[in-house]
Design a protein around this ligand. Structure first.
Ligand code: IMP
Ligand code: MG
Length: 173
């Protein structure tokens, strides 16, 4: 494994994102929904740098595994108790890859009449994007490769590492 983004680069970028998000939402209140498990570390760092009034919630979304069959509905494993209606919602996750899971969750929230729904991911990984969506805010861009650390896992390993690593390239997964 090779370090791709180290903890101090991540910290600097997260601070910048916090400032950018804070200025976009000046005068509003924000409801941040973290996606478990991958988004937990990024979200906990990010919220410390957001200076508009913010409440938080968490969900777990079902994984698509290796299936490339489009699914009609995202399975939300822990739904939100908090009402979404008329709130400015920011979804926070570790990485956007194909975009399939987040686009479905975003539609789900729009169906609950949120005032707005935006997406922030630590990593925007673009080569395999198949859903018509890009993150409104992101930390770093990569084209391809499988990364771990800072919340990101490979078979549940490496989530707790403070740096982001590129796993030795296998077959694109
Ligand atoms: P997608 O955008 O719906 O394809 O799915 C994104 C999810 O796939 C992320 O939330 C991660 O759980 C997982 N994922 C995609 N790429 C990577 C990676 O490079 N490392 C670790 N997890 C990844
Ligand atoms: Mg995830």
């Amino acid at each position: 494994m090779k370090v791709l983004f180290n903890a101090s680069q991540i910290d600097q970028r997260v601070r910048e994102l916090g400032r950018e998000i804070s200025s976009s939402y000046q005068g509003d209140e924000l409801f941040i929904i973290g996606i478990l498990k991958g988004g937990f570390m990024f979200m906990s760092d990010l919220v410390r740098h957001i200076d508009v009034p913010t409440t938080i919630g968490f969900v777990r979304l079902s994984s698509y595994g290796d299936s490339d069959t489009p699914q009609a509905e995202v399975k939300i494993l822990d739904d939100l108790d908090e009402a979404i209606r008329d709130k400015h919602v920011l979804i926070v996750d570790d990485i956007m890859d194909t975009g399939q899971s987040i686009i479905l969750f975003k539609k789900h929230l729009q169906g609950k009449s949120a005032a707005s729904v935006r997406v922030c991911t630590m990593i925007d990984k673009t080569e395999r994007r198949s859903a018509p969506i890009t993150p409104d805010y992101y930390g770093f861009h990569i084209d391809r490769g499988f990364i771990v650390g800072y919340g990101l896992d490979y078979a549940e390993k490496h989530r707790t590492l403070p740096d982001i690593y590129m796993l030795e390239q296998t077959n694109g997964g």
